[in-house]
Design a protein. Structure first.
Length: 458
């Protein structure tokens, strides 16, 4: 059997054949293609469109082909251009003419739309599972460092003291939004396109509800033209993947910075670092850097599918063949990145002494001084100016805030009293006792919430 070319007298040019072939990448859809074909054959027999005997032969042949695929003995034929035709040709070799009945009431247009949706439904389940594993690693690291104080940053400048756990849980929240996005995307993927035919539906009494039940879909598509031309679900997954990779990239960027000698807040395990080809002292964060770099790769796939879709008239166009490689690579890249970074987080070491020293340096308690004056009745903007004078004086004197005497504080305002000397990193952190804040009690609640999220998901 050759690829269908009913009006064509000449064979396809060899290079054109290679150019149009999708087998090198769509062969990974074999499970979905066979699963969809088995359900389709059973539905055809159930509806009396083909005989029960032919359906049994078809199912038996497809099961045998699936075994060949899984054992690596399937005889792929490049000239058959895609996974669908390879399976159909092999089915004919196994069961004869009955194989030709399988494509009744079906087009490759709704067939590939089905395969892609089945594949992506499974991919989303795995994506969520890997995100949960990553969140678990974050939570374990956060639990192990509950008392660690570090400087919180804005503009990459030390801003206010926070608990390390509070900072780390920010990434837990990002990952939680990612989980929710992928699960929301699943709702749009969970729509059966089979039965739409090439674009107009099919002239047979098929049972699409049966197909949906057999294949585990929650919904049946409502417009056949849209069903075969829709790849929104591909773009939506890739968009969610872009956000997830962006979050991972932000984390590794911080780990790259924090692991430098200049920061020295954390140390990456040797299993996730490499040496230099000429500098023996180096420990390079190559794994983290690659995760940061691969984020741009995933962004590119999203832009590619959006660009492909933006100019397509309805319904199916061969341009849609370009939906697969980018999606497959996005899934592979995200899953592998999550797997590797989960291990990196699990083995990360936090230097609690260095994080505290970094928090104590400079004038990180300046905001607390302003708040102190506000509680004495001064408007915040005026208090802000007064503390600015205090910081400037301390800086010019080569002192830190904790080194200033009460008399030096009173150079800027008589409202400073001896209790100003009691302002510490711990008091600053404890004062942020609002929902979502860094106070120990709030962080304790956040940890409990995170545990409940993971427990509930399990």
């Amino acid at each position: 059997m050759k690829p269908t070319r009913p009006r064509m007298q000449k064979g396809l040019d060899r290079k054109a054949q290679a150019y149009t072939a999708s087998l090198p990448f769509d062969r990974r859809l074999y499970r979905e293609d066979i699963e969809g074909s088995i359900a389709h054959a059973r539905m055809l027999a159930r509806q009396g469109i083909i005989s029960e005997k032919d359906a049994e032969l078809i199912v038996m042949g497809l099961v045998s082909i699936r075994e060949e695929m899984e054992q690596g003995t399937f005889p792929f034929k490049e000239e058959m251009e895609d996974i669908h035709m390879n399976i159909e040709v092999r089915l004919a070799e196994k069961i004869g003419d009955a194989a030709g009945r399988l494509h009744t009431a079906r087009s490759r247009n709704d067939q590939i739309a089905l395969d892609m949706r089945l594949y992506l439904k499974r991919a989303i389940t795995e994506t969520v599972g890997r995100l949960r594993g990553f969140q678990k690693a974050l939570l374990e690291l956060a639990e192990a460092n509950k008392s660690v104080v570090m400087p919180g940053y804005t503009h990459l400048q030390r801003a206010q003291p926070v608990l390390f756990t509070h900072h780390l849980l920010a990434y837990f929240e990002m990952a939680q939004r990612d989980v929710e996005r992928f699960l929301d995307c699943l709702k749009r993927v969970d729509v059966l396109p089979l039965g739409s035919g090439a674009l107009a539906g099919v002239p047979y009494p098929i049972d699409r509800d049966f197909l949906a039940r057999e294949l585990g879909f929650g919904w049946v598509s409502q417009n056949s033209i849209d069903a075969v031309s829709d790849r929104d679900f591909v773009a939506e997954y890739e968009a969610a993947a872009c956000l997830a990779m962006m979050h991972l990239s932000r984390l590794v960027e911080e780990l790259v910075l924090w692991s430098t000698e200049e920061f020295g807040l954390v140390e990456m395990d040797e299993a996730y670092a490499t040496g230099s080809s000429i500098m023996p002292q180096k420990r390079n964060p190559d794994v983290a850097e690659l995760a940061r770099g691969k984020t741009g790769r995933v962004y590119g796939h999203l832009m590619a599918i959006l660009t492909t879709l933006k100019g397509l008239p309805l319904a199916y166009n061969r341009d849609l063949q370009e939906d697969k490689e980018g999606l497959f690579d996005t899934i592979d890249t995200l899953h592998f990145t999550l797997e590797v970074l989960t291990g990196m987080v699990q083995t990360l070491k936090v230097d609690s002494a260095r994080t505290r020293k970094a928090a104590e340096e400079g004038y990180i308690l300046a905001t607390d001084l302003a708040d102190y004056l506000v509680k004495k009745g001064i408007p915040f903007r005026k208090a802000h100016g007064i503390v600015g004078e205090v910081v400037r004086y301390a800086s010019e004197s080569g002192k830190g805030l904790k080194e200033l005497t009460l008399e030096e504080y009173r150079r800027s305002s008589n409202l400073f009293d001896k209790d100003v000397l009691n302002i510490t990193l711990e008091s600053s952190i404890a004062s942020r006792d609002v929902p979502g804040g860094t106070a120990p009690e709030q962080v304790k609640k956040a940890l409990a919430r995170a545990r409940e999220i993971l427990k509930g998901d399990a």
